[in-house]
Design a protein. Structure first.
Lengths: 238, 238
DNA sequence: TCAGGTATTTTGTGATCACAAAATGACACG
DNA sequence: CGTGTCATTTTGTGATCACAAAATACCTGA
């Protein structure tokens, strides 16, 4: 069987992958990684149907592991199974958008607070490096790298909490709004993007709980507030 | 093939099932309903492995739809796939418990508040009926019915919000703590159970936002606070 | 040129098969 | 009687097949 190469296969391998990629569930993990990464960086477009055999051929595996991964992601509301069985990236609606925003504001500042005691100056240094790259992506207009790095920034903080419950919930939220954000960046560009990452880093250095909570909340509000207006504009003209 | 009957098949069909149970994805939906119901009512014990072929035979279907459902539930953290591929109900830990409690307190009062404008006196009447049944279950010690009705009570409120984002998150949380709660009820019984359902109903009748929020939060704290101590006791002696 | 209907292809679903890893059990040896 | 080893069984995984529904393409007729 000819294994076709595609953009999905050359996914950026996250730094600290702990998975040994053993023979057990290797195919499924490969597919899972590819699709998740694709969703978070916006390589899947909302409304675009994703076919089982298509993805399978693209990744050089049988449709079987793809089916399982798609079911998983559908369970996380990252994908939507339509009544006829077709799977697609859900379209964003104003109501959904407001709910995601609310959920993020409820959960993410809280988890950041839980993570704070586990964050060292080494983490702050790492975050600063990531944030520098982010700034560069904003200037150069590299939306895909921006999204990946922004995800890295936030989840480096959240992951430090060692959370097993809140973190997966937030993971689900990001998978839901990321594909939509990508379409907005394609519309308005990245130059108008602003974040509160530096405030967050400073709060971590000072181990200031309230400051970190505020920085994360403000970062979410800034990022999604801007885009909320854009969404309504899109809704009006579509 | 002999279709063996089991406790799983006679799952209590929830009142307002909108699914037409057509031929499309019928098997998967049947399995999903059975396993979800089983988790929420505590018919699956934490730590107990659930085998693919076993469940398939029990439900009279091939292992295929079972695989997909198990993957879905694993994605919602309702089940745990161990490194060797075995699937089991996750064990509860003190850390997990604290996180679930925190997440519930963050999300559920908020969603109840969102739902309040959509809740009518008809809903209050329905909730009152459910709550009466709950009281009876507590007195009679019917833990399984209690858990099912308590879920019905809460989600009747939450579902009225029309939420597409917060509701699935809360769904995931309930699937995570329900099996553990069942084991605790088996240990301490149901007589000591207390809830704030009547306060919540009254808040709905009065359309009092703050009162409803407080009632839900108090209900969660009451229910899980008691059990938290029990968990620690179990941890100590195991 | 365009609408309507049919035929072809594509798609998801469920079942079965082959295989390797893991769990389980039996059994011989100390 | 306990313990280590080996054979058997069970389990999850991935692939392939058969089938029905849906989507798409095509073509005919006005």
């Amino acid at each position: 069987m000819a294994v076709r190469r595609s953009a999905l296969q050359s996914g950026p391998s996250k730094g600290g992958d702990t998975a040994p990629t053993s023979t057990r569930g290797a195919a499924r993990e490969q597919v899972d990684r590819a699709v998740r990464s694709g969703l978070l960086t916006g390589r899947f477009i909302p409304g675009k149907a994703v076919t089982l055999r298509g993805l399978a051929a693209e990744l050089g595996v049988s449709p079987m592991p793809v089916r399982e991964v798609l079911q998983r992601l559908a369970a996380e509301n990252a994908l939507e199974v339509k009544p006829n069985g077709r799977v697609q990236v859900p379209d964003m609606t104003p109501a959904r958008y407001q709910e995601v925003l609310k959920a993020r504001l409820l959960l993410e500042p809280e988890l950041a607070t839980l993570a704070l005691p586990h964050l060292t100056s080494k983490d702050a240094k790492r975050l600063k490096a990531v944030d520098d790259d982010i700034d560069q992506c904003i200037l150069s207009g590299d939306a895909e790298s921006y999204m990946r790095l922004n995800h890295t920034f936030h989840f480096h903080i959240y992951r430090a909490s060692g959370s097993e419950v809140l973190l997966p919930l937030i993971d689900s939220l990001w998978l839901q709004f990321a594909p939509f954000m990508r379409t907005v960046y394609g519309r308005v560009g990245t130059v108008s993007l602003d974040d509160r990452h530096k405030e967050a880093i400073r709060a971590i250095e000072l181990q200031n709980e309230d400051a970190l909570r505020s920085a994360i909340a403000a970062d979410i509000n800034d990022g999604m507030g801007l885009l909320g207006k854009e969404l309504l504009a899109v809704q009006g003209k579509t």
